[in-house]
Write a protein that binds this ligand. Structure first.
Ligand code: GLU
Length: 298
């Protein structure tokens, strides 16, 4: 059975933008009769908290979004991430990177260093042996990067149509040993047999790199659908400063979960303002929706 998923990071309560992405991921999966899974992307121990895991799951359930099987916890899958890393290292697809965030920022500011997409400027890609030894001698612990080679990758996105991107030298393992998002996401989606990845448009730019990683690891490439991010009245991506942006805050203002769901559905044309459709009605309407209408535009 085909499977979709929602993969939040438990760093705080989900805001309405995350909840809208969750609703859309659920609608994509359930309207196609697919399974739907939830994975908690909790690899960053400093940013993630168990109470946010519980709170996020409670909010999904309150909106009527159900999932199959146990929730997958990404931090419990580190040995699978490490095995994938070892495979990439052995095949020569990685290199150590000693750059600090500041050095990367400064390199990007140098003449000709600026990359409009904020890609890694490549300082450590071909680091002379002597310089590598010097950094090691300074006690710097390297991160591990993908030798991306700016390979061009084209893919069909269900929302954006044909997308052309290039592979970036993303970090695969942070210098504290933690597997990085771009590696973990492809390893875990494959292990969970995810065939359709529905997520926010902010991740469209890394998708070419993730598809490349799937190919290097011999993993199936899922279908992608990158949906628009919810924006505040000022046109900026929704954030805390926009006021009551979590479900708990909306409930405290007297709204019901069904009303919040209806508002999210209305924002993608699945409900008229003031209407409170059931999930069954939403599924029916979603079946008739053109997925390309879910793009936030250029
Ligand atoms: N955990 C990521 C986030 O919360 C989403 C990852 C994904 O859907 O691929 O932004």
């Amino acid at each position: 059975m085909a499977s979709g998923r929602f993969a939040p990071s438990p760093t705080g309560p989900l805001h309405l933008g995350n909840l809208r992405t969750a609703l859309l991921a659920w609608l994509f999966a359930r309207s196609a009769g697919s399974a739907f899974s939830v994975r908690m992307e909790d690899l960053d121990p400093l940013a993630c908290r168990p109470e946010h895991v519980a709170g996020q799951l409670r909010d999904l359930a309150a909106l009527g979004l159900d999932w199959d099987g146990p929730v997958v916890t990404q931090s419990a899958r580190r040995s699978a991430h490490e095995a994938a890393l070892q495979h990439l290292i052995a095949a020569g697809h990685t290199y150590p990177c000693y750059c600090s965030r500041r050095e990367i920022r400064e390199a990007a500011l140098a003449p000709n260093g600026a990359d409009p997409e904020g890609r890694y400027p490549g300082t450590c890609r071909r680091l002379p042996v002597a310089q590598r030894a010097r950094r090691e001698a300074q006690g710097r612990r390297p991160a591990l990067r993908l030798q991306g080679g700016a390979v061009p990758i084209a893919f069909e996105d269900r929302v954006h149509g044909r997308v052309e991107g290039t592979v970036d030298d993303v970090v695969l393992r942070r210098n504290d040993g933690t597997p990085a998002y771009n590696l973990a996401v492809v390893v875990d989606d494959a292990a969970m047999a995810i065939e359709e990845v529905v997520r926010g448009e902010d991740l469209l730019a890394v998708t070419a790199t993730q598809i490349h990683l799937c190919r290097l690891l011999g993993l199936p490439v899922p279908v992608h659908a990158h949906v628009a991010l919810l924006r505040g009245a000022d046109g900026q991506r929704l954030a805390k400063r926009h006021g009551a942006v979590t479900l708990a805050q909306r409930l405290a203002l007297g709204q019901s979960p069904q009303e919040v769901r209806a508002e999210l559905a209305a924002s993608v044309g699945l409900a008229a303002p003031g209407q409170c459709p059931t999930t069954a009605t939403l599924l029916e309407r979603f079946g008739a929706l053109d997925p390309t209408s879910l793009s936030g535009g250029p």
